[in-house]
Ligand binder design. Structure first.
Ligand code: AFP
Length: 338
């Protein structure tokens, strides 16, 4: 008998049932909205130059990054998918200065969504992997429109997080707090199908990912760890390392989920006051939840990313060290040593 496999919606409904949770369908609807945004983005990313979506938009986002055309299109597609179906009460996007409330007349749902609609967008023009990252929080009860303060919550409060990787195939990877599952887009039927159940990060690794061009700015603990990695078998870590750098966090995290590794975007002297380079709400927290749910660790070097106290700025930054449990513990020992 031919089967089409387990679709994302079926998986979410079945998971709720398995856990004995009351399901109104709203959460399933919300994740469906997000998956529709991702499918629409995948279609355009896949067409690339044919769809006229390459190149810069001529604007900057809240962090002063030059926006690509596709950053803005992906942002619009997320907003469109989330504001019309009554599942979401408000959004925060890496591409927007302020949080976004729904237009008048739209039904407010029970959830808040944060997203980076096109992570690694400088990869777009060279046809290398890009992705989307999202996180879901409960909306405050009895409030028509959320404020920035309502998004200002530690990562441990996330009720779901995920990413969509636009690579050789399009993959949607999701956690709702019960492990991590990966779905591949079957473009012939337009559905995400469960292909990577219960993803687990291997505990050990010999692979690291860091932008080594920043080496001179890193803090001493990371300098020492990196030097010991390069020393290989003869060094204190006694193993030969491999290095990878996709320059899109979605790509790095996906590789780590599939075959182990560590990804570092540590504090460096230029971003020390800001707390790091990557964004806590749009990158740090969601990827930390996925990593931990898959058995890995996610730290700033000094504590769990998901316990970083939010400072009220939706564009707060954070240092990131995440991946295979034993390797992250090794890096934390370098930090403990000062
Ligand atoms: P964008 O979302 O602005 O494209 O940034 C991607 C990213 O934040 C992250 O995904 C990469 O790991 C990192 O930037 C790469 O940045 P550098 O080129 O500065 O190392």
């Amino acid at each position: 008998m031919y089967t089409s496999g387990t679709t994302l919606s079926t998986f979410i409904i079945e998971e709720k049932r398995r856990l004995g949770e009351q399901a109104t369908g709203e959460f399933t609807g919300l994740l469906n909205d997000i998956s529709i945004a991702c499918k629409s983005i995948a279609a355009l990313v896949n067409k690339g130059a044919l769809a006229g979506v390459l190149g810069v938009a001529g604007s900057e986002n809240a962090m002063g990054d030059a926006q690509k055309k596709m950053d803005l299109i992906a942002n619009d597609l997320f907003i469109n998918a989330l504001q019309n179906n009554g599942h979401c009460a408000g959004m925060a996007s890496e591409e927007l200065d302020e949080i976004l409330t729904l237009p008048e007349g739209k039904v407010r749902g029970s959830y808040l969504v944060t997203f980076d609609p096109l992570d690694g967008s400088s990869n777009m023009d060279i046809n290398i992997d890009v992705g989307a990252i999202f996180s879901v929080l409960k909306a405050p009860k009895g409030k028509q429109d959320p404020t920035a303060e309502d998004f200002s919550r530690a990562g441990v409060e996330q009720i779901a997080a995920g990413y969509c990787l636009y690579g050789p195939s399009t993959m949607f990877v999701l956690t709702t707090g019960n492990g991590v599952n990966g779905f591949t887009l079957d473009t012939t039927i337009g559905e995400f199908i469960l292909t990577h159940p219960e993803m687990k990060v291997p505990e050990t690794t010999q692979e690291f990912a860091i932008n080594a061009s920043n080496q001179r700015h890193w803090e001493p603990a990371v300098q020492r760890y990196f030097a010991d990695c390069l020393a290989g078998e003869e060094g204190p870590l006694a193993k030969n390392y491999n290095m990878r750098w996709v320059a899109a966090m979605v790509g790095e995290v996906h590789r780590i989920l599939c075959r182990g590794g560590v990804f570092l975007y540590p504090i460096d002297e230029r971003n020390r006051d800001a707390g790091g380079k990557l964004r806590l709400l749009y990158e740090g927290n969601p990827m930390a939840m996925i990593m931990e749910q898959a058995g890995g660790l996610a730290s700033t070097g000094y504590g769990r990313i998901m316990e970083v106290a939010p400072n009220g700025d939706p564009h707060q930054r954070v240092a990131v060290i995440m991946g295979s449990k034993q390797e992250v513990e090794t890096i934390l020992a370098y930090h403990d040593a000062g």
